[in-house]
Write a protein that binds this ligand. Structure first.
Ligand code: BG6
Length: 500
């Protein structure tokens, strides 16, 4: 995807010489920082995409010094980067890292951060808030009070952005009181995934699909994000959140937006975000009356994932006894626009499913009249599969004649393996997003009104679930969720892609 024009972006920089920066990581000792952010920054540095005049300042409550922090960061990078870790590069990179002990709620602690930051007028200041969102308000208040938010400072916010429209609005108000909207980088790491950007390239870099990308040609769409992992030590957080808020409100809806939006006039951040917003606003509301028909909630029980025996959700640490939190959701979504009226979009996500798989499946209409005999001729529609993970590829299923005397058709895949074709290392989502924030490109970050519109579609679904008083359907770990999810799509005459 081409870069956004810079002229419209406040305090943006041109790609070329990477800018000097001070990146302050709140939640600096946390799981995201260790598993994703520091490894991503290391790789950008190793690829010479980060300025050697940059600084990464880990901030957390632990009373550890810089050297313990660097040792911890090194261990994490070694673990998560494997062969990509290089000791020589690391020692150069480690020179960028610093650590400051700050209790986010204690004003006096911010003095130490202020003196570490000092006054490097040439350095762009970024604050990455990777803490529980209930600390966002205190952090913003104290940062402002300490006078360390420079006029062009950027704030990066990790999800969850609230737990409903009202709480998201409160967070956005607080952050918005400190800096302008164009300085706020709300992360949905799915937008940083290479294949998601490839979806933009596929749709808007080619003429081939555009005439087909609409009702009339598209029969239905499926978006599946399946995980084999369970709640991974986050039982307490997850139990208060559930799959709808953890995955659908952000990742699945963002995928839906990229898939369904109208062509933007250019690739500038607001041109793209305006079009995504229109999709979110055109989603048909699902209220009490429709929730039973259009949504399925599930919760896993003990089972086998691959060959590993795993406990049920209710036995995970941190999960409350008798919890009704959903670990699986399937939803039939509809977009009320001329382009998509009548085309169902089935969304499905869950923990402890059979496969680790994220894919978008666009199924086109069947041929109106088949002139060939054989089982595949009429009922095998063309299908475009965009696989995001674990591997990245795009396949288009077409029917072809199978060799031999008889005129028998069989489905075959035109396959594009992106890794194979480009022989280049795809960037990890956080590498892309951290780089974009430093360079001032907002295209792959969510705007306030998008977050709000997504919550406004999600909130009535949660309210309907609360009102109906039923339990989530159970499913054994290692399956594709409760049988009712199959019924949801079968009612319209379709089946999930993995079930065919
Ligand atoms: C996070 C969710 O946003 O996304 C996690 O909080 C989930 O529960 C994760 O596991 C999935 O991300 P990915 O990139 O591994 O598909």
């Amino acid at each position: 995807m081409s870069r956004a024009p810079r002229s419209s972006e406040a305090s943006s920089t041109t790609r070329g010489e990477p800018p000097a920066f001070d990146l302050v990581l709140f939640g600096g000792t946390g799981d995201l920082a260790m598993r994703k952010l520091l490894p991503a920054l290391y790789r950008r540095f190793a690829d010479q995409q980060l300025s050697p005049r940059g600084r990464i300042i880990g901030v957390a409550r632990s009373d550890i010094g810089r050297s313990t922090y660097v040792t911890k960061a090194e261990a994490a990078c070694r673990l998560h980067l494997g062969a990509a870790f290089d000791a020589k590069q690391w020692s150069a990179f480690a020179g960028l890292i610093d650590y400051v002990r700050v209790d986010a709620t204690i004003a006096a602690d911010y003095g130490a951060l202020a003196s570490t930051l000092g006054s490097r007028a040439e350095a762009l200041r970024l604050f990455f808030l990777s803490t529980a969102p209930d600390l966002f308000a205190a952090i913003c208040r104290e940062l402002a009070a300490a006078g360390i938010v420079t006029p062009d400072a950027r704030i990066m916010l990790e999800k969850p952005l609230g737990e409903d429209a009202a709480s998201a609005e409160r967070i956005n108000d607080i952050v918005g009181a400190m800096v302008g909207e164009r300085q706020i980088y709300r992360i949905d790491h799915y937008l940083g995934k290479e294949t998601v950007q490839n979806l933009l390239a596929l749709r808007f870099g080619n003429t081939l699909f555009e005439p087909l990308w609409r009702r009339g040609q598209v029969q239905h769409v499926q978006i599946t994000v399946g995980e084999q992992l369970g709640v991974e030590g986050r039982g307490d957080f997850y139990d208060r959140t559930g799959a709808l808020r953890d995955m659908v409100q952000n990742h699945l809806l963002q995928l839906l937006c990229i898939l369904a939006m109208e062509p933007p006039a250019n690739s500038a951040a607001d041109a793209v975000r305006d079009e995504k917003l229109k999709v979110l606003r055109a989603l048909r509301p699902i209220g009490d009356a429709e929730a039973l028909l259009k949504t399925v909630r599930g919760q896993y029980r003990a089972g086998l994932v691959g060959s590993a025996k795993v406990p049920g959700y209710l036995d995970e640490p941190g999960v409350s006894a008798g919890s009704r939190t959903e670990t699986f959701v399937a939803i039939k979504a509809e977009i009320d626009t001329w382009r998509w009226a009548g085309v169902p979009f089935y969304l499905r996500t869950g923990k402890r499913l059979q496969e680790h798989l994220a894919e978008i499946v666009v199924t086109f209409h069947e041929v109106p009249h088949s002139i060939f005999d054989g089982p595949f001729s009429a009922q095998t529609p063309n299908r475009l599969v965009i696989r995001l993970q674990p591997d990245e590829h795009i396949t288009l299923r077409i029917l072809a004649k199978s060799p031999g005397e008889a005129m028998r058709l069989r489905p075959v895949d035109l396959a594009l393996d992106l890794g194979e074709s480009f022989k280049a290392r795809p960037l990890d989502a956080y590498e892309r997003l951290l780089g974009d924030a430093i360079h001032g490109n907002l295209t792959l970050f969510m705007r306030r009104d998008e977050v709000d519109a997504a919550w406004r579609w999600i909130d009535p679904i949660r309210a309907a679930w609360a009102a109906d008083g039923t339990e989530p359907r159970v499913y054994p770990a290692g399956t594709w969720g409760p049988a009712t999810a199959n019924a949801l799509i079968a009612r319209d005459g379709f089946a999930w892609h993995d079930e065919e």
